[in-house]
Design a protein around this ligand. Structure first.
Ligand SMILES: [Zn+2]
Length: 319
């Protein structure tokens, strides 16, 4: 009962509600973590259902954060769940990680992980890294200075296009489920005051196996030793990021407040087919699908790169 009461008082943030975030947030909710903040910028796609266990066919096109919150509220009505349909970048990350006891990684790219690593370190809360691709994955509970940080074992960010992605390699759902479960277990242990193990778990989901690799801090780590905040300090201009598993790009323009959805809907209705889905506007225009959020953020499907996405946004929504 003592541990259960501690969990009821605990606050966790899960960033990214795909394969890993589905598993970890489900387990944290069932374990009774009292406050769960669920963050994802994306909407549910049919192909997500192969591995993203919080969603069903009726959730397609809904914001993942909303669908996940609804599902988890039906699992545990005794805890507080805060869904946020937001993009994570240097201008938003501190707000998304405020007032929490732990951060759980469900993201799909290294840049966001470097950013979360820096921000969690600044906030002095643990960051439970996880990643999965093809048939394998990794998990590591970070709490500096007790353990290495994410940068310690990823000293150089790889060049864009140099790593396999969900798009090119796919994800074996048993592998991502194993990684998500390890992350949830590590998060619960840390929330109950246990010391982090300093072990990187390397999961083979195909021939089920878990290797344990002890990771030490790098004496010259730019982030946890030298104190650089390369990602957190980045000046935000326009934040564009390619999404995993589709030809969709998320675009978060620089502005404050909400956009005039009616005016945008009227303009787009003249060019193609539009419909409203909850608070969102979905428009099919010239072979592209635009899903526009009230704060001006947009998902643009059917584009080949960020520049094209920026052009489509400028052309149809306006900056
Ligand atoms: Zn480090």
């Amino acid at each position: 009962m003592k541990g259960q009461r501690e969990l009821a008082r605990a606050r966790a943030v899960v960033i990214g509600l795909g394969a890993l975030g589905s598993i970890s947030s489900d387990l944290l909710a069932r374990a009774g973590v009292g406050h769960l903040r669920l963050v994802d910028r994306d909407v549910v796609e049919l192909t997500n259902l192969q591995r993203q266990s919080l969603y069903s066919e009726s959730d397609v096109d809904r914001p993942k954060a909303d669908a996940a919150a609804e599902r988890l509220r039906s699992v545990n009505s005794q805890i507080e769940i805060e869904p946020l349909s937001k993009d994570v970048h240097s201008a938003t990350v501190r707000g998304l990680l405020r007032d929490t006891d732990i951060v759980v990684d469900g993201t799909d790219n290294l840049e966001t992980r470097f950013l979360l690593n820096e921000t969690a370190m600044e906030a002095n809360v643990p960051f439970v890294y996880g990643g999965a691709i093809a048939t394998y994955g990794m998990a590591f509970a970070i709490r500096t200075p007790v353990t290495a940080c994410f940068r310690c074992f990823n000293p150089k960010a790889p060049l864009p296009g140099s790593l396999p992605t969900c798009e090119t390699a796919g994800i074996f759902n048993a592998a991502s489920a194993m990684v998500g479960a390890i992350q949830a277990g590590e998060a619960l242990r840390l929330l109950l005051g246990e010391t982090p193990s300093g072990v990187l778990f390397v999961v083979d989901g195909w021939h089920p196996d878990i290797q344990r690799i002890h990771i030490g801090r790098r004496s010259d780590c730019p982030t946890c030793v030298q104190g650089e905040r390369e990602y957190l300090g980045a000046k935000r201009t326009q934040v564009l990021a390619s999404l995993c598993g589709s030809d969709t790009i998320s675009l978060d323009p620089v502005h404050h407040g909400s956009i005039d959805m009616e005016a945008v809907a009227d303009r787009l209705a003249a060019l193609g087919s539009t419909r409203r889905a909850g608070g969102l506007l979905v428009a099919d225009v010239e072979g592209r699908r635009l899903t526009i959020f009230p704060d001006g953020r947009a998902l643009i499907r059917g584009v080949k790169d960020e520049a094209e996405a920026r052009g489509v946004y400028a052309k149809y929504v306006g900056i």
